[in-house]
Design a protein around this ligand. Structure first.
Ligand SMILES: Cc1cc2nc3c(=O)[nH]c(=O)nc-3n(C[C@H](O)[C@H](O)[C@H](O)COP(=O)(O)OP(=O)(O)OC[C@H]3O[C@@H](n4cnc5c(N)ncnc54)[C@H](O)[C@@H]3O)c2cc1C
Length: 309
């Protein structure tokens, strides 16, 4: 959470050129593999098949954000189409979606360019009967991300978007969502200006709970995307108490995090999906995972130093 006193110092360390060189070099890569399935699509597919074997669905994310040239946005769209082809080729038994970032698909260049790329990805997804979720990035992208989502939702059923409980604005944003949408609810992973976010953990959690109820009551399908056992338990109890159709709520976690909890929920026959990131541009993703937990940063640094001796 943005309010964590740890997030800013970790972002400062990971922004350092020396640290970045070490972390993305031969020493850091094996450590990053805890959070990233690999650099290639075949590696991501292996991870997806392994999770399928445990009764867990997946959502592939070809890592990359804030591309610096329009051609890179076109390449990212092609990478997603290839991922969907691979998923389709694996057959109906592989329940795998994909997740995209609009900044990776050219939102910084133009909304029209970005929408055109997303439409190509959505057509490929419709061809293989899969869904496409739009990640939520930092606060500067929220208005544009929601506007693109609303526009696409008019023409496509298989698209959903993420909302973040740490942002104060989200309670009012969710009132403007198109009816019966697919919404991923997360706490939020970016270092944001304090005035825009809830800074206390309990406020972020309270916002998460009330957004969950608001989204369900408004008729949306909700992806409860957290590793926080209390929030997951609260969602499970709500579903039971209100006799909701189990397909209204899915539990989602990140690759390599709380695998015990992933397995436990799958054993309870609840719908569980794991976000499987892959690709060469894994560093920004890794920095967010390090910033979420002091122990991760400590583990990463001590292993870098040890293996560098
Ligand atoms: C499927 C999915 C999609 C996501 N998509 C987005 C998105 O589009 N935009 C966005 O801003 N954020 C996204 N996130 C990240 C999210 O915002 C949080 O930063 C992240 O999930 C950590 O918060 P938490 O809800 O797990 O709760 P926390 O309170 O941070 O963590 C609860 C417990 O989970 C475990 N845990 C959490 N993080 C880690 C970690 N990095 N390493 C080891 N253990 C950990 C610990 O046991 C911790 O006590 C996504 C998360 C998931 C699960």
């Amino acid at each position: 959470m943005s309010g964590s006193p740890f997030r800013a110092p970790v972002m400062w360390v990971t922004g350092n050129r020396w640290f970045r060189r070490m972390a993305t070099g031969a020493l850091g890569r094996p450590l990053a593999s805890r959070f990233v399935a690999g650099e290639t699509l075949p590696e991501a597919m292996v991870a997806a098949e392994e999770l399928r074997g445990r009764g867990i669905a997946t959502m592939l994310d070809h890592l990359g954000e804030n591309v610096s040239a329009p051609e890179q946005a076109a390449d990212a769209a092609k990478a997603y189409v290839r991922a969907l082809e691979a998923i389709g080729g694996a057959g109906e038994g592989l329940d795998a979606a994909i997740s995209i970032k609009l900044s990776q698909l050219g939102l910084d260049f133009s909304t029209e360019l970005c929408v055109a790329h997303v439409e190509r990805v959505l057509e490929a997804a419709a061809g293989v009967g899969r869904i496409v979720m739009i990640d939520m990035e930092s606060h500067a992208y929220v208005d544009r991300t929601l506007a693109v989502f609303r526009d696409l939702r008019d023409r496509h059923d298989r698209v959903g978007v993420c909302v973040q409980s740490y942002l104060r604005r989200t309670a009012s944003d969710v009132k403007e969502l198109p009816p019966a949408s697919m919404i991923r609810l997360v706490k939020g992973a970016y270092l944001e200006p304090h005035e825009l976010v809830f800074t206390e953990r309990r406020e972020v959690d309270r916002s998460f709970r009330s957004l969950f109820v608001a989204l369900i009551e408004a008729g949306h399908r909700v992806h409860v995307a957290t590793h926080d056992p209390r929030l997951i338990e609260g969602a499970k109890q709500y579903v039971q108490r209100h006799g909701l159709d189990p397909s209204r709520v899915e539990y989602q976690m990140l690759f390599g995090i709380r695998r015990d909890l992933q397995r436990r929920l799958a054993a309870e026959e609840l719908p569980v999906r794991v976000y499987v990131p892959y690709g060469a541009e894994w560093y920004p993703y890794l920095t967010r995972r390090l910033a979420e937990r002091p122990a991760n940063m400590w583990f990463f640094l001590s292993n870098l130093v040890r293996s560098g001796r």
